[in-house]
Every structure is written in C-alpha cells, then in structure tokens.
Design a protein around this ligand. Structure first.
Ligand SMILES: CC(C)(COP(=O)(O)OP(=O)(O)OC[C@H]1O[C@@H](n2cnc3c(N)ncnc32)[C@H](O)[C@@H]1OP(=O)(O)O)[C@@H](O)C(=O)NCCC(=O)NCCS
Length: 197
C-alpha cells in the first residue's frame, strides 16, 4: 500500500451536495451546527443535554474557529465541508481520519446540522466520500462507529453499503443510561461488489 497524500483537498460534486475544503469563514457556521444539542448528543461530544446547552467560552469558540481554519493544511486526514447546493450554505462535514498507512484503513465520520437533515444530503455526501476514498485514494477499509440511539445514521450507513462488524456493549453513557456503540465497516471488496466498479 502506497502512502496516501491527504494534503490534496478535492471538491466532490453531486446533485444535491458539494463537498469542498474548509475555509476560515466556515468556522462561524460550524459553531452554530456544533451548538445543536442533538448533534452533540449523536456525535458523543457530551454526556448530557445540560452540558450540550452550556454556552461556550470565547476561548472555546476561538478554538473551534481555529480548528476549521486549519483543516485544509492537514496532511494526514481529510475534512471537507458539506454544502447544500440548493441553499449554497455549509450544512456539515465529512471526515476521513485515523489513517493507517500499512493497512490502508481509515475511520469515517459525518455530521449535518438540523436544517440539512432528512433531505438526502447525508446519503449523497457519504457516496461521494466513499467513491473518492476507494477509487481515487485507493483505501482498503473505511470504518465508523455509531451509537445505538442513532437509527437514522445507522439506516444511512447500511443504505450506503457499510456492514455491521460488531457491537461495543454499553460503551457510552448518556444522561446516566448506557448505550451500545456499533462498529460498521466497508472493505474495498464490499465497495466493488455494491457499485460494480
Ligand atoms: C446521520 C446523518 C449524516 C444522515 O444524513 P441525512 O442527510 O439526515 O440523511 P438522509 O436524508 O440522506 O437519509 C436519512 C434516512 O434515514 C431514515 N430515517 C430517518 N429517521 C430515521 C429513524 N428514526 N429510524 C430509521 N431511519 C430513519 C430516512 O427515512 C432516510 O432513509 P430512506 O432514504 O431510506 O428513507 C445526519 O442526519 C446527521 O449528521 N445527523 C446529526 C449527527 C449524526 O447523527 N452524525 C452521525 C454520527 S454517527
């Protein structure tokens, strides 16, 4: 497996969404999305609703803006903004992270704010990301984790061709309740089989 150069940040264009490199100005928009209680809950960023509603300090807000301003300079991961082509606004992000050079395996994550959800944007964004990952980057396996209380995300992952690989029982705790974490993966061979490419 040759080393993959994640320094190149592509623009991936679909019918409903466009995935593009982050720009510093996207930080404000991502701050709004990351302030949504459900987004924080479903991505495991907090452990209860009260924590999710707590106002961020100016320093924390700046850290998030700096994070997005720096995404395009990363050479070991790929973070792209998801733009709703209908409105022209950033609705979320999709990420390849934790690249392991020898195996050619990466983790995948995606989040879309409430105003972009349920319109098919996530499904299309995942398809574009997987196509880029397998066909252009030459990845071997893409894996992800999803909490048991997120049937919408699970539905989209299964629809996209991910295969359930295992369950980390009671791996996460939210509002005092234990939640299973499900591990899904897609091998290059799964991708080839499901797309015929
Ligand atoms: C998960 C996420 C990426 C999905 O993207 P999306 O654009 O909202 O999803 P889509 O509109 O493409 O598809 C949603 C699918 O889920 C289904 N769905 C919606 N609610 C559901 C539920 N409660 N149970 C099961 N399926 C559900 C829809 O019917 C649709 O499937 P269909 O096309 O077969 O009818 C997005 O909602 C999101 O980021 N949510 C918040 C953060 C999050 O959950 N991130 C993932 C962490 S693992």
């Amino acid at each position: 497996m040759n080393s993959i150069d994640f320094a190149k940040k592509p623009v991936l264009t679909g019918e409903k969404v466009l995935l593009r490199p982050f720009e510093a100005a996207d930080g404000e928009r991502m701050l709004d999305i990351l302030s949504e209680v459900d987004v924080q809950r479903l991505t495991g960023s907090v452990h209860n609703d009260e924590e999710a509603r707590r106002a961020r300090t100016a320093e924390q807000e700046q850290q998030i803006k700096d994070w997005y301003a720096g995404r395009s300079a990363q050479t070991d991961r790929l973070d792209l903004a998801i733009v709703d082509q209908g409105s022209g606004t950033v609705v979320g992000e999709a990420v390849f992270n934790e690249y392991e050079e020898y195996s050619g395996n990466v983790s995948f994550r995606i989040l879309i704010g409430s105003d972009g959800q349920g319109k098919g944007l996530g499904t299309e964004a995942i398809g574009l990301f997987l196509q880029y990952g397998f066909e252009t980057l030459g990845l071997h396996r893409v894996w992800l984790e999803v909490y048991g209380f997120n049937p919408r995300a699970e539905r989209v992952y299964i629809k996209s061709g991910f295969v359930l690989e295992g369950v980390k029982r009671e791996d996460f705790r939210y509002e005092g309740e234990y939640i299973d974490t499900k591990v899904y993966g897609m091998l290059r061979s799964d991708y080839v089989r499901s797309t015929g490419k």
